[in-house]
Design a protein around this ligand. Structure first.
Ligand SMILES: [Zn+2]
Ligand SMILES: [Zn+2]
Length: 352
């Protein structure tokens, strides 16, 4: 392996890697950390790309004892016993280290595992290091034809959003209008996956940031600039579904966004909350019972969604590739975060 250092402690030689250490207060230092050996059932990956995500903000603010990064793509460089993945296989890391045996996993709901071993990049070292140790069960092989940065689109951008669309469709199958709150990476991914999966559905996205609204327009959505007008008047100006939205998806996590999306729903409308964050207060009679609306949450996605999304990525690479607006080397991680959190980006990918 290139780039690996070795230090000797007593008689033991330890392999070392350089990783970003999140100190808190937005500061990042570079540290040498030991490279783990893959145990039974595990793979060691050489990370090639990791996409930045809004949820990294808390780790930047509070610091992290583990190496962050939960949207990683890389190449298998070492394998533990009992695995069948070949060295050199390229793929992505599913965030949740699911058990594969509990009630949820047996139902295929691996994003709801009842005995999860951890969350990569949150409880275990993630994809901003040079190497990442994963269980073979939460590695997904993509094949060598997919660029690692574009492979990361399979995770939050395609996976989390198609799962939310699927949850909405399970509650309502007749859909002509979709309203998306927030045009960050998840909002833009929702626009893109609706464009691919829900052809003919009128998609409108609302946000405050002109850069992201312009990107949403390039992806085929109509937009409402919440810096210039309220959601309600924006929807009227566009001539949005006069019966109210069939589906609304909140990616912002803001309480006022959730509330205004709920108010924009029509009868039998469905609100899916994807963005973590603030509260939503409901009037059970007026919001739910009388109009028979559904309010639901959607958390990440199921591992078994990856093959279909890989086929969609291959078939829509130029279209979906527009979502990655910036690529940085790992040495420019701080600058990458600064630009990303200023909002003047789509998805930002760090490569190494
Ligand atoms: Zn993410
Ligand atoms: Zn499980």
């Amino acid at each position: 392996m290139t780039g690996m250092r070795r230090v000797t402690r007593g008689a033991v030689e330890i392999r070392m890697q350089r990783v970003p250490h999140f100190l808190g207060g937005g500061r990042i230092s570079i540290q040498d950390r030991p490279i783990p050996d893959p145990a039974a059932g595990q793979l060691l990956l050489r990370i090639r790309a990791n996409a930045l995500c809004g949820t990294d903000r808390a780790q930047l603010r509070d610091g992290s004892t583990v190496t962050p990064g939960h949207e990683a793509a890389g190449e298998v460089v070492e394998v533990g016993s009992g695995t069948s993945t070949a060295i050199g296989t390229q793929g992505v890391v599913f965030l949740m280290d699911f058990c594969g045996a509990c009630r949820s996993c047996r139902d295929g709901a691996t994003n709801q595992c009842l005995a999860k071993r951890g969350d990569m990049g949150f409880t275990h070292d993630g994809g901003l290091g040079q190497l990442e140790l994963v269980h073979e069960s939460n590695f997904f092989a993509t094949g060598p034809d997919i660029d690692p940065a574009e492979a990361t689109l399979l995770l939050d951008v395609m996976g989390t959003t198609s799962h939310a669309l699927g949850r909405a469709r399970a509650a309502r199958d007749s859909i002509r209008s979709l309203l998306v709150g927030g045009a960050g990476p998840i909002g833009l991914g929702t626009v893109a996956m609706a464009h691919i999966l829900w052809k003919g559905v009128h998609v409108v996205v609302a946000d405050l940031i002109p850069y992201r609204l312009a990107l949403a327009q390039r992806l085929g959505a109509q937009t409402i600039d919440l810096g210039a007008q309220g959601l309600d008047s924006g929807l009227r100006a566009i001539g949005f579904d006069r019966d109210g939205a069939d589906i609304a998806i909140d990616t912002s996590g803001r309480g006022h966004s959730r509330r205004s999306l709920l108010d924009a729903l029509g009868r039998r409308g469905v609100l899916v909350c994807v963005g973590h964050g603030e509260e939503l207060t409901l009037s059970v009679s007026d919001d739910l019972i009388i109009p028979e609306r559904t309010v639901m949450g959607s958390e990440y996605f199921r591992y078994d969604a990856l093959p279909a999304n890989l086929a969609l990525l291959r078939g829509n690479l130029d279209y979906l590739g527009q979502l990655i607006t910036h690529r940085f080397g790992i040495g420019d991680l701080q600058a990458a975060y600064d630009l990303f959190f200023a909002g003047q980006t789509g998805k930002v990918v760090v490569e190494q």
